[in-house]
Design a protein around this ligand. Sequence first.
Ligand code: SF4
Length: 89
Amino acid sequence: MSRGLGNRPVFQPQLVHQGETVAGLNAQFLADVAEYSLEFRCRDCVYFAPSRDACTLGWTVEALNADAIEILDAKGEPAFCKAFEPTGS
Ligand code: SF4
């Protein structure tokens, strides 16, 4: 796979810009989740099978079902699923 700066794949944009921190962006995301009632976790996705605690598309679900609400992991990489489809409930 082609890599960009550091160890980041070239198709993955830099999400932490100058003057920002991972902790700060996660704190802002936490505030946005509360303000706009954002749904982004597997349990809110049409592809999630609660009876098997699994994604029917085969993705891992542990990170998206953790108690912590974070949009970026410790390395500043996205911690969300692009295949998410809201249940609308
Ligand atoms: S598609 Fe993504 S958000 Fe939906 S259940 Fe699978 S891993 Fe979770």
